[in-house]
Structure formats: C-alpha cells, structure tokens
Design a protein around this ligand. Sequence first.
Ligand code: SF4
Length: 340
Amino acid sequence: MKREALTVKGKIPEKVRVSLGSAIVLGLLNGKLDAAPTTAYLMTYRSDKCLANCGFCPQARKSQGRADMLSRVSWPAFATTRVLNGLEETVKKGKIRRVCIQALNYPEVFTHLQSLVQMVSQYVKVPVSVSCQPLNPENIRQLAEAGAERIGIPLDAATEEIFDKVKGNLAGGPYDMKRQTALLQEAVKVFGKGKVSTHLIVGLGETEREMVVMIQKCVDMGVLPALFAFTPVAGTTLENHKQPPIQQYRRIQLARHLIFNKMARIEAMSFDGESHITSFGVDKQTLKRIIRSGEPFLTSGCPNCNRPYYNEKPSGPIYNYPKPMSREETIKATEELGII
Ligand code: SF4
C-alpha cells in the first residue's frame, strides 16, 4: 500500500514539524551541527496554536511567541512523506536511533498521532516515543496498538501548586496534576515499567528537595524522569523568569542519576535549611567515581534521546550534555557541583 493511502481512522496529517537539528540530519535542510541529535524530534502540525496555555511554551494559546518554536528550538514544517523518506535513509545509516513525536493539544491530535506512529513504526523500523497529554486511558492504549515503544506524559512541575500556576487551572489550562499522575500510572500498566517517561522542568520555583521528592515518586511508579532546565522564550508568560543556577541543576542531575539507578533514595540524602541538597546518600568514593563518569550530566530521557541545545545556547551554560563529556567538561561540572 502506498504511504499516501495509509490511514488510521482518518487521514495522515499532510505536514509535520521537525526540530531544526533533526531536519538537518534528515537531509531536509542544509546546515552544520556541533552536536547531531540521535533521536529525530517531530511535532504534530497545526496552523493554530495549542489549546492549552502552559506558561513556558511558545505554542501556548495565549503566547505571543513564534508558532514554530518549542523551548529555544525552531521546528519548521515539512510534507510528512518527505520526512518519512529522510527517516528511512538516516535510520538505515545508523544516524537516527529513535523517533520522538511531540504533540500539541487540539481535537484531532490523537488521530494524527496514531497515524504518524503507525506510519513510522511500520515503514522505518525504529523505536518510537510519543510525548503527549492523553485525555484518557483509551488514548494510551491506542498509541501502544499503533506501535509506540514508549510514551512520555509531561508533568513539568514538581509540585501541585506550581503545576496549577504554570499549566493548570490558574494558567487557564486544562491540566490537573492528579489526573496526569493517574494517567502516568495507567501508562505504566499498558507500556510496562521503565517504558514510560515524564518531563520535569527545573527552575519553575520549586526547591531542590521538592524536585528530588518528585523524582523519587516517579521512579517508584516505574516512570523515568527526564530533566529539563527552564528556558525563557520571548512572548511566553514566563519570558522574564530566570534559568535555574547551574549549581542547582547539577545537584538535581546527580540526585536523579543516583535515584534512577537505585544507588540511593531520597531518605538517605540530606538537605540544608533552604532545601539545597547537602549529601547524596552514597559514600564519597562512589560519588567521585560517578561524577567523573560524566553520566549524571548527560541529557536524560528515553534511550538515545540527546536533545542538543534544547535548553542552552551552544556558548553555555550547558545544562544537559548531548554527547559524552570531555575531561575538561567533567572537571567543570564537578566544580559547578561544589561538593567534592
Ligand atoms: S525523553 Fe526524549 S525521546 Fe523521550 S519523550 Fe522526552 S523528548 Fe521524547
């Protein structure tokens, strides 16, 4: 059957957005990359903005930001068939090892997602992650049936209060943290432990302890927490909010690494009066070894997801390193941690 004729309860979206770096790797645009993405990042296309209103997002309903932006990355739109052809070639060459489809919130989004997931997994033979806001457990099952290997349901905020303010009721958005958490639990039943992710944004006003509590909660639910650093984007509600201090981000990265790899739990960690992490619940030698490996400071998320320069300007500070760190970079990260 021809790609153009494939349908899943509807028609395949004609266009799909592709992150700038992914578009260069897929041969859709010319350009040089300092760090190439190893996952191809796609986003559902619609000419209007998202129906939700997250304060950090240029796609939000009331944002004055550019409609082709997400975080600090631009996402030009291309014909879906061109994108599939590019994917087929780059996956064969081993340059792309995962596809991540991110979704805006609009009425037909799940039909679009199902079609895209089915087409990519059927024709390209590459694991597919979907990052979306399902309305109900049925949406989650439909995506699994369409062939998604993993699902990400972003919580973004560490606490209910911040969630409500930034993307829930108080922001004029449709989301509710309890419902999102219940959907994450449902997703674990469908996809299995370790096959469900969530995005957490550091720097929305939470304390370090609050973020670590949320990381532990996610891991205990069988959900993989992927860390992002808050990034102000022009035209959004939070355009004047600052990025988190790099020291705070490094400590949270290290705590996430230890908790996710079951090397420590929050109960063994210590915090000072301002809720900064002061010890990580492992002995000094182990801590040194882990820090020197650089692993805690790499982009976290689904396998092969490296999101180059999603949160940072190439000139730095580099919150998430997209490729193995050099010795100089590891030394710098150690200094930024300021603990050994
Ligand atoms: S961790 Fe990466 S691949 Fe996984 S859902 Fe998030 S952005 Fe997509």
